[in-house]
Design a protein around this ligand. Structure first.
Ligand code: AHR
Length: 653
């Protein structure tokens, strides 16, 4: 113990005596970096959409769950009959004379004694807050019997009614009924009950309950706290809807954007290849709207006319095994679907698809700039042929769109090389690289893009994450990512975009770890990695400044990046110390005459094995303080830390 103290004091003395000089060069030699560098990647994985970001509180609202989603699921999953006050009822699924051709099933409630009804448990309980209002809607049709008015009730787990709305007696034809319910008490595990006051057979479909308080109060909107956590990342772009979800588990499971717009009851629901269900309630209008709300450029990704190479392995072999291409006879229509997406996003309201956007409530264009074609596909002849067809059609009709291609699932190897070859041949503007690797890989590859040929395609690092032991999102993994991100900034002339993956994971429902943000029905739990992403994104610059770090024996774990934000004129210095000792540094800002003395220092530091989770009493978060900077100043980067120093410009004074 004494020896350790003495050694640390000795090392401390040396450290104080010999700071490592970090010189940031202002004048010549800098380079412009992408304004879109740090963004997010959303995939409906780990219950990220239904039961997650999408604020719908009713599970299986359209009675469209099937055993294809999950072997133990069926049309009535998450529903049960209730018979309070002496009522009698049974429940079955109906599939004749449906609400519309997209909506294949509904519930049939047969009430033999008035007072029977159905109850939905939500996604593991419905969170209700006293004084908050909830919008209820449902489609109903009296199939036979006298019928009577309906009562929609919010209940807590004990069965106590804590809010109620009355709806009129349903017609014999499908009709939508709506009401507003105010919760009188809090409940974390509430339920929605719909009771029939009359007898007879009643058909019910699309039974929906939304909090009025969604993100930006949008109807059919997003869960406010979760959406806010994403907005706080200040993403410059958002890639959606996946991932493997895009190309799908077999050709029949591809994500088709047209199925996800328009009134929710008309959207086409389908199996989620991550072994659950997608209602498409969070569809393309909602994705684009969210992008607009948070100031992120939308980056929709469409399948390259082939399904996932892993098809048939996860759940059902029914859709085929391995990668398959859409039949050539279907390709013209598929290509048109991609062109229609661009028209839907950007076209005038007088165009066919621009009019659809306007009908959905958004007459202004969305200013779509990027479209991704393909997601880490195996680069087979089937892929090549279809990618080329789609790419050339988009380029010919929409030269203003920047296409993002794909170079396989890994950071090197056969598909990577073949993907780059296609990109070279076709001149694809941007290609999407993916890697999930241990922290050490990231640290060993800090210079990956230093040698990239600037005349080839730009890079979108569309999916990356440092996977630590047991896939835990530790500080160690977060700092490996931070160090790597300094390399992305340094190469921000060729790396156009980057996004950590995946974004969301519902605790207890994850199929993939780690994720950037964990959540439950009531809590949002950002990982330490989240704060790294936030520190980089909120402190992005548009000009990279050359930085030299003097060679010493002690600075092996140091990675730096300096950028200028020309709007504010601020200099932003990022210092990552992945070493186990503090790093005393002398910062020299050469040629930065107009910079102020005062600066903001934000530091994320701690035990490298630290993880933020539900049980963490004090989550590890960045701490901000004011420091005195100037053109030369000393700073000691703590062991295992990321520091962002933002030196204010006089220019803005
Ligand atoms: O991010 C999770 C998955 O990883 C994505 O769906 C896929 O593209 C990759 O394999």
């Amino acid at each position: 113990m004494l020896f350790a103290l003495a050694l640390s004091a000795f090392l401390g003395t040396i450290a104080r005596a010999e700071p490592t000089t970090v010189t940031v060069q202002f004048g010549a030699g800098g380079k412009a970096i992408s304004p879109d560098l740090f963004g997010i990647f959303f995939e409906d994985l780990n219950d990220a959409a239904d039961g997650g970001l999408y604020a719908e509180l009713v599970q299986n609202r359209s009675f469209e769950y099937t055993a294809d989603d999950r072997t133990d699921w069926h049309a009535l999953t998450a529903w049960e009959t209730v018979t309070p006050e002496g009522g009698e009822a049974t429940l079955a699924a109906g599939d004749m004379e449906t609400l519309n051709p997209s909506n294949l099933h509904y519930a049939v409630l047969s009430v033999t004694k008035a007072g029977g009804g159905i109850r939905n448990e939500g996604f593991g309980g419905i969170v209700l807050r006293a004084g908050e209002k909830y919008d209820l809607s449902l489609f109903a049709r009296q199939l036979d019997g006298a019928g009577g008015p309906l009562v929609a009730r919010l209940e807590n787990k004990a069965g106590e009614a804590i809010g109620e709305a009355r709806l009129p007696k349903p017609d014999p034809t499908w009709k939508k009924y709506t009401g507003t319910i105010e919760a009188k008490k809090d409940a974390d595990d509430g339920r929605l009950v719909v009771l029939a006051e009359g007898t007879g057979k009643l058909a019910l479909d699309v039974v929906s309950l939304f909090p009025q308080k969604t993100f930006r109060n949008r109807p059919n909107g997003l869960r406010a706290d979760l959406a806010q956590a994403i907005a706080d990342l200040k993403p410059k772009f958002m890639r959606f809807p996946g991932g493997c979800l895009v190309h799908g588990d077999g050709l029949g499971n591809m994500y088709r954007w047209k199925n996800t717009i328009g009134p929710v009851e008309q959207r086409v629901e389908q199996r989620n290849l991550w072994s659950y269900h997608q209602t498409a309630g969070l569809g393309y209008m909602e994705f684009f709207q969210f992008c607009e709300d948070v100031g992120a450029k939308p980056l929709p990704v469409v399948a390259a006319g082939v399904c996932c190479q892993n098809s048939g392995q996860r759940l059902s072999k029914k859709w085929g095994i391995g990668q398959r291409g859409l039949p050539m006879s279907e390709m013209p229509a598929y290509i048109q679907e991609v062109l229609d997406l661009i028209e839907w996003a950007n076209g005038p309201t007088t165009s066919t698809w621009g009019a659809q956007r306007a009908a959905g409530g958004h007459p202004e264009p969305f200013h779509l700039q990027y479209v991704g074609i393909g997601n880490e596909d195996r680069i087979t002849p089937a892929f090549r042929e279809r990618f080329r067809m789609i790419y050339e059609a988009v380029k010919a009709k929409h030269p203003e769109i920047t296409v993002v291609g794909t170079v396989g699932p890994f950071p090197d190897g056969e598909d990577f090389d073949a993907g780059w070859k296609i990109a070279d041949e076709l001149g694809v503007p941007v290609v999407d690289e993916h890697y999930y690797k241990p922290p050490k890989w990231f640290l060993d590859n800090l210079a990956r893009y230093d040698g990239y040929d600037r005349k080839r395609s730009n890079v979108y690092v569309g999916e990356y994450a440092a996977h630590d032991e047991k896939k835990r999102p530790t500080l160690r993994s977060a700092l490996a990512e931070a160090a790597y991100m300094t390399g992305l900034e340094r190469n921000g002339d060729v790396v156009r975009m980057a996004s950590y993956a995946p974004l969301l994971g519902k605790l207890g429902r994850t199929k993939w770890d780690p994720n950037l943000i964990y959540f439950t029905n009531t809590r949002v739990v950002p990982t330490i990695n989240y704060y790294v992403q936030q520190m980089f994104s909120a402190n992005a610059g548009d000009r990279w400044l050359p930085t030299t770090v003097a060679e010493t024996t002690r600075n092996a774990g140091l990675a730096t990046s300096a950028v200028r934000a020309s709007k504010s004129g601020d200099l932003i210095l990022k210092l990552v110390n992945t070493g186990a000792s503090p790093q005393p540094l002398r910062i020299e800002l050469a040629g930065a005459g107009e910079l102020a003395q005062d600066a903001l220092k934000t530091v994320l530091a701690g035990d490298p094995t630290a993880v933020n989770d539900l049980k963490t009493p004090k989550p590890l978060v960045p701490e901000t303080a004011t420091i005195t900077a100037g053109t030369t100043f000393d700073y000691e980067a703590p062991a295992n830390s990321l520091t962002v120093i933002r030196v204010k410009s006089h220019a803005a004074d």
